[in-house]
Design a protein. Structure first.
Length: 148
């Protein structure tokens, strides 16, 4: 069974986020015990004292409206490894879009173009044009294809 202890930042300090609270706790700052039914009410405590006694600490912050729970022998969080950037692959030859702008169904979100419909339209237009214009000639008529 774990013993819980409610504390507040000491010496008039206050924190705005749980990240700041954890950093202050790990740095060994003093906190004031707030337990009306305990003989230790009002006494100062820090990380070393709490770890020695093995208590779980509830730290109240942001004008005592939020609680950050810290277990005994809490370790500082490990930093995340930075992501290595990948070279983007081209998904849409006409716009030189990357695959990051396309969703699972092949929809190009950057240019609001369904890639597969675009290909079907190109083929049907080329088949229906009486002149034997190539697709390149059609694209030169209007940038981005003439169906826009």
């Amino acid at each position: 069974m774990s013993i819980y202890l409610t504390v507040t930042p000491g010496y008039g300090r206050d924190y705005k986020s749980a990240k700041e609270v954890r950093a202050a706790w790990i740095a060994g700052k003093d906190f004031t015990i707030r337990n009306a039914f305990s003989a230790d009410d009002g006494r100062q405590i820090n990380r070393q004292d709490a770890d020695a006694s093995g208590v779980t600490v509830n730290i109240r912050y942001r004008n005592l409206t939020h609680i950050c729970v810290i277990k005994p022998n809490a370790k500082p969080p490990t930093p995340r490894k930075p992501r290595t950037p990948r070279e983007p692959a081209v998904c849409c030859a006409e716009h030189s879009c990357t695959t990051s702008t396309r969703n699972k169904s092949g929809y190009c979100t950057r240019h609001n173009t369904d890639i597969w419909r675009q290909i079907r339209r190109d083929r049907s237009v080329a088949a229906n044009v009486s002149d034997a214009l190539s697709l390149d000639a059609l694209r030169k008529v209007k940038p981005g294809g003439f169906w826009r």
